[in-house]
Design a protein around this ligand. Structure first.
Ligand SMILES: CC(C)(COP(=O)(O)OP(=O)(O)OC[C@H]1O[C@@H](n2cnc3c(N)ncnc32)[C@H](O)[C@@H]1OP(=O)(O)O)[C@@H](O)C(=O)NCCC(=O)NCCS
Length: 175
């Protein structure tokens, strides 16, 4: 039987930093040093609201995070890149990644409405390594994103660009 867990997604706070650094180190190989990872996260946190982190909590414990970046200015037709998402290896396959994406998009939509009354989410761009089939399925299934380009020999091999295009009804699956 599949393990069911309660998950709550909320904007990241300073106190979550050490936990998300650990999740990064157990999920990615781009940066190996804890200090370097921490500096990168802190730098991104200072770029709020252009960069926005959200965390997933389960029983008070941080089990995943997501980082969004707004592209091309504070536009009414807003374009965001899903820069990074990671779930604690012990909590994968339980729907945490899906909840991180769906719930953080709801937060972004509220933020956009408060910022500019007519603003809406136009497009989401996301990329991942060409061999990352799990990420591909996540982006296709949860965002309705489609492959639009391949960047050759990018980080650690080819990087696939996926794009989800939204219409004005603001649903997350109408790409
Ligand atoms: C990618 C990642 C964030 C997914 O998080 P997760 O919590 O395990 O994902 P979910 O349980 O919400 O699954 C959502 C969808 O992703 C896909 N998926 C998740 N795990 C999968 C697996 N082991 N095999 C195939 N597809 C999988 C499925 O489409 C799934 O939907 P479904 O369960 O309805 O079939 C997680 O695997 C991770 O942290 N990976 C390492 C970091 C990474 O590669 N990040 C992406 C690039 S930035």
């Amino acid at each position: 039987m599949e393990r069911a867990i309660e998950v709550y997604v909320k904007p990241m706070e300073q106190g979550h930093l050490d936990d998300i650094v650990k999740i990064y180190l157990s999920s990615f190989k781009g940066m190996r040093s804890e200090d370097v990872v921490k500096r990168w996260f802190e730098c991104n946190m200072r770029a709020y609201p252009r960069m926005q982190y959200f965390v997933a909590l389960s029983e008070g414990r941080v089990v995943g995070y997501i980082l969004w970046i707004e592209k091309g200015g504070f536009r009414e037709e807003s374009v965001w890149e899903l820069e990074q998402i990671a779930v604690d290896p012990g909590f994968r396959g339980l729907g945490v990644g899906r909840r991180l994406i769906e719930d953080s998009i709801s937060y972004l939509r509220i933020y956009l409405e408060r910022r500019q009354p007519r603003s809406k989410l136009k497009l989401i761009l996301v990329s991942s390594g060409s061999s990352n089939e799990i990420a591909r399925r996540l982006y296709e299934k949860v965002l309705g994103a489609r492959e639009e380009a391949v960047l050759r020999d990018f980080y650690r091999g080819d990087e696939v660009i996926y794009i989800a295009r939204y219409h004005t009804d603001r649903s997350t699956s109408d790409a």
